[in-house]
Design a protein around this ligand. Structure first.
Ligand code: AMP
Length: 228
């Protein structure tokens, strides 16, 4: 399955993406994680991206699209993928369309997570991530605490508060989402790809809702385009 996950910062995209990708047996591709890996490795791309990320702004489209296209050209994406945090602008969505069309691939669904802005700020400010692995396990001090305070359940690494997770930066990222990213929902609605769910409730409840929505989208897709 080829899926795009879209939603404001704090909606739990990363957490849900991990479960959904595992369930669908497809790679989880997060442009945020890819940028953070570049930053950790000190690459020129990482240095360029960090200036924007620290300010809570989007990394320019040409940088982001180049990195995403390269990732999507890797052989492990042949059986599908789950994109988390990409595309984030209409220009990125158009570039993704072109890329997939050139490979005769198409998206199966765009899953949109919805959450009120104030709840998103609370979630972001309490978020703690484990930098000790490439898939960055995510916790929340109240909603999804680790078993031991400040320690990753998965690898025992020390949890950290992301530089761009301050309340002030969170509000800026939410505004950027509203202005620059929300228009992609309309773009994909015109392609009849969008399924929307509420991201409120426990992690398990949202995962269940998401899996049901994706199964429905898959069934609808199969009935429209048999054999694809
Ligand atoms: P995330 O981990 O998805 O919350 O992304 C963290 C930050 O990485 C964002 O606030 C942006 O600065 C940058 N970023 C991630 N994905 C994109 C994208 N598709 N376009 C532009 N910037 C991005």
């Amino acid at each position: 399955m080829r899926i795009v996950l879209v939603g404001p910062p704090g909606a739990g995209k990363g957490t849900q993406a991990r479960f959904l990708a595992e369930n669908a047996s497809v790679p989880h591709i997060s442009t945020g994680d890819l940028f953070r890996a570049h930053i950790d490795q000190g690459t020129p791309l990482g240095k360029q991206a960090k200036q924007f990320m620290d300010r809570g702004e989007l990394v320019p489209d040409e940088v982001t699209v180049g990195m995403a296209r390269y990732r999507l050209s890797q052989p492990d994406t042949a059986g599908g993928f789950l994109l988390d945090g990409f595309p984030r602008t209409v220009a990125q969505a158009e570039a993704l369309d072109r890329e997939l069309k050139s490979d005769r691939r198409g998206l199966d669904a765009v899953l949109a997570l919805e959450i009120p802005a104030e709840e998103a700020v609370i979630r972001i400010a309490g978020r703690r991530v484990c930098p000790g692995n490439s898939s960055q396990h995510v916790f929340h001090v109240v909603y999804n605490p680790p078993k031991v305070d400040g320690v990753c359940d998965a690898c025992g690494g020390e949890l950290r508060h992301r530089d761009d997770d301050s309340e002030e930066t969170a509000r800026k990222r939410l505004e950027i989402y509203r202005v620059q990213t929300e228009p992609i929902i309309e773009f994909y609605t015109s392609q009849r790809l969008v399924v929307t769910i509420s991201a409120l409730g426990t992690v398990d409840a949202v995962t269940e809702r998401a899996m049901r929505a994706l199964a429905d989208a898959r069934a609808a897709h199969a009935s429209v385009a048999p054999g694809t």
